[in-house]
Design a protein around this ligand. Structure first.
Ligand SMILES: Cc1cc2nc3c(=O)[nH]c(=O)nc-3n(C[C@H](O)[C@H](O)[C@H](O)COP(=O)(O)OP(=O)(O)OC[C@H]3O[C@@H](n4cnc5c(N)ncnc54)[C@H](O)[C@@H]3O)c2cc1C
Length: 361
């Protein structure tokens, strides 16, 4: 049996596995998706995220899959520039590319796909984790990296409250060389004058564009059936007359892989550990998308936890120090995220100029 069981192979679980692999600590990773289900959106990674990734992957593999953004340009809906700012080492990459690179480093006998883990309870301070109906195991340490709606966390902290964030997103990655050639490697973001509605465009590669829209859920409604047609209709209705670039992007996009992200946050964070279970990434601290810090925070969690595990101290002391190190920075990002959300909801004339859609500590 492995010393460490990691539940969930998103960025946090995979980066944890990479750090443990590099440090010869035995582990096994369980993921409920199939290996080829790499659906998802894209990530904006500030400098610190790239630095952490450099210690576990060949960073040139990552550089081939995304691009550095030179400037952040803030427009109104008509396409007039409101402000612009140079960006310092901010990188954009699709989630699928990053997940694939991180998974490449994990030996195939250390990861089980299509395996959904449940928590059966605790015995002698250790979690009983259910692999399937006939298979309940214990590990020395359980790392819960099962995302913002973590079922492990909800089973342990049953009185937690998750609430819907007032902003939701549609995210799409399209392959269209002609459209991509019209855009430089900048981060373009268009804001509706009344507030609560934005459209962002980022160039991933000479052929690929990532675009997303953010909308105030009290003002804009999208049909719950999530089909490609209903997403296209929503985009055309709300952005169809903004400006030429946006019109050409939304009309030239395929919607087969477009996603609607319903965003949730915890009213109050739980402790980052319980008995021998420790939480990392979104399962410990869901961050709203405005911060652009979800991936970097996940990488820092797994790095910090591995460093502390290597010291070989008592487990509760290790977890206590992990939370002590990580929590203050997370509190700052949560607070910054709420400030950025409130600004997003304001009319454009009342929004501060030159605010980057990234939270810095
Ligand atoms: C719309 C949107 C935009 C975002 N944009 C950015 C951005 O620009 N920059 C940025 O840094 N961050 C961004 N984030 C945040 C970022 O996606 C996450 O913070 C980051 O990916 C860390 O995720 P994670 O690995 O902790 O969780 P996840 O990515 O949610 O991974 C959890 C994994 O666990 C698996 N799983 C769940 N339950 C079980 C179970 N019971 N058993 C086994 N496996 C299970 C899931 O299948 C999944 O693969 C964004 C988030 C959203 C919603």
């Amino acid at each position: 049996m492995s010393k460490v069981a990691i539940i969930g192979a998103g960025v946090s679980g995979l980066s944890m596995a990479n750090y443990l692999e590099k440090n010869n600590i035995d582990y096994h990773l369980y993921e409920r998706r199939t290996q080829n289900d790499l659906k998802g959106h894209g990530f904006i990674l500030p400098k610190e995220g790239i630095e952490h990734l450099s210690s576990i992957i060949d960073i040139n593999d990552l550089y081939k899959k995304g691009s550095f953004l030179k400037k952040y340009i803030h427009y109104n809906q008509a396409g007039e520039i409101m402000s612009e700012k140079d960006l310092d080492d901010v990188f954009v990459v699709s989630r699928s590319a990053l997940i694939e690179i991180l998974a490449n480093e994990i030996p195939s006998d250390k990861i089980s796909y299509q395996t959904t883990i449940g928590l059966k309870g605790f015995e002698n301070g250790k979690a009983n984790i259910e692999i399937d109906e006939n298979n309940v195991i214990q590990a020395d340490i359980v790392v819960a990296s099962d995302g913002s709606r973590s079922r492990i966390r909800r089973k342990i902290f049953q009185d937690e409250t998750m609430r819907a964030v007032l902003e939701n997103e549609v995210v799409n990655i399209i392959e269209n060389e002609e459209l991509a050639s019209q855009i430089e490697s900048n981060f373009l973001k268009f804001h509706h004058e009344k507030g609560g509605l934005t459209f962002g465009v980022l160039k991933l590669s000479p052929k690929k564009i990532l675009w997303y829209c953010q909308f105030d859920i009290t003002k804009y409604f999208i049909n719950e059936d999530y089909t490609a047609d209903c997403i296209r209709q929503f985009m055309i209705e709300n952005f169809g007359n903004w400006n030429e670039l946006i019109t050409s992007i939304i009309e030239g996009s395929s919607y087969e892989n477009a996603h609607i992200w319903r965003v949730y946050e915890l009213e109050k964070l739980n402790p980052f550990y319980h008995e021998n279970v420790v939480f990392i990434g979104d399962s410990a601290h869901p961050l709203i998308p405005f911060t652009s810090q979800g991936v970097t925070s996940a990488l820092k969690d797994s790095f910090t936890l591995t460093q502390l595990l290597k010291e070989g101290n008592d487990l509760q002391e290790t977890f206590r120090r992990y939370e002590e190190e990580r929590r203050p920075e997370i509190d700052i990002h949560i607070n910054n995220g709420r400030i950025l959300l409130n600004q997003f909801l304001l009319p454009l004339s009342e929004q501060p100029k030159n605010t980057l859609p990234i939270s810095y500590k």
